[in-house]
Ligand binder design. Structure first.
Ligand SMILES: [Zn+2]
Length: 341
């Protein structure tokens, strides 16, 4: 039995000046720990937000999504005409299928054909998109990059994701793996093995787990590590977390400052490479670690590596709760309204 949490808050995401397709869609955001859904309308409002913990069992997973959608479809006054899903994993957007499943959501290994499964169960057309792409799209539609058409969003979280928008359209590539920017190789001389099996991918340094490794590596190399605020209340270096780092950094711990500088350099390495390939109008930084980014410091590190004289960097404007829902719902409304023209 899956318990659905209901939030009654109505979020007005931004001023309505960007043209979007009309109507209402259900937006669904599938994450490793929770699945969220809400109604999203052409007044750019997200409302009736529902949330469940991501079920481990494949059947419970679909049951939970269907139950949430049925609840939203029964909302008085506002009838959704389509569904947009933002999910981890590589997505064939033409067929609405998960091609490369993610270990974070085991149920997706069994339910690869999300579009067909949900359309059969709910009777509404379904559009499925990768979560980093959906987030990038929502930032271009309503967030930090509103009004721009060439945007790269970098999501710094458990991993590093990128969503690439060229001339207002998401770049998917032939095999739908465009935007796997987290696997750009850094010049690190085989220090860290990435989850993909290759050495020294950007993700192995700039992600949360990459930063944790950097913290522990640098603490081990410091003779005075025990005096750092990061070690207060910790028995061993291996117990120190990114939160300890950030707290110590805010208290102006010298070692924490040094580590943060190195992390910004790691982030700058990948962003510099992305700029050299794509030369976007803006790079938007999102994900759980975005709040720890010092944009001035990052800009210095990026400019040292990019073949441009200036870069526009911004922190994502939409909250973590809405970004996948808004992106997926917008894409779904646009996709199905284009089809009906
Ligand atoms: Zn990799």
């Amino acid at each position: 039995m899956v318990r659905i949490m209901v939030s009654s808050s109505k979020v007005n995401t931004m001023n309505a000046s960007t043209a979007v397709a009309t109507g209402t869609a259900i937006g669904i955001d599938i994450g490793g720990t929770k699945v969220m859904s809400a109604l999203y309308n052409d007044k750019q409002q997200v409302h009736n937000l529902l949330r469940v913990e991501t079920p481990d069992s494949a059947d419970d997973f679909i049951d939970a999504i269907v139950a949430m959608c049925k609840k939203l479809m029964a909302t008085d006054g506002e009838k959704p005409t389509c569904i947009g899903v933002s999910t981890a994993g590589t997505v064939d957007v033409n067929r609405g299928m998960i091609l490369g499943a993610t270990g974070n959501v085991p149920a997706l290994q069994e339910h690869t054909n999300l579009k067909e499964t949900l359309e059969k169960a709910l009777g509404l057309p379904v559009y499925v998109e990768n979560d980093a792409n959906a987030a990038a799209y929502s930032e271009m539609k309503l967030g930090a990059a509103k009004g721009l058409r060439n945007v790269v969003m970098v999501t710094l979280g458990t991993g590093v994701g990128t969503g690439i928008i060229v001339n207002g359209k998401l770049l998917h590539g032939k095999n739908f793996v465009a935007g796997e920017g987290g696997h750009i190789a850094l010049d690190m001389d085989r220090q860290r093995l990435c989850t993909c099996g290759r050495w020294d991918c950007w993700e192995a340094y700039a992600s949360g787990s990459g930063l944790t490794l950097t913290v522990q590596q640098m603490l081990r190399a410091m003779p005075n590590a025990k005096q750092s605020r990061m070690m207060q209340g910790r028995d061993a270096i291996v117990d120190v977390t990114t939160y300890d780092l950030v707290e110590a950094f805010r208290e102006e711990d010298v070692l924490a400052q040094e580590i943060m500088k190195v992390w910004h350099r790691h982030c700058g390495e990948g962003i510099g490479s992305l700029i050299n390939v794509l030369d976007p109008e803006m790079i938007v930084i999102g994900g759980g670690l975005a709040k720890f980014v010092d944009l001035d410091l990052l800009k210095q590190e990026v400019l040292a590596r990019a073949m441009v004289n200036d870069v526009d960097l911004a922190i994502a404007a939409l909250g973590g709760n809405e970004t996948g829902i808004v992106g997926a719902a917008c894409l779904s409304l646009e996709h199905f309204s284009e089809q009906s023209v």
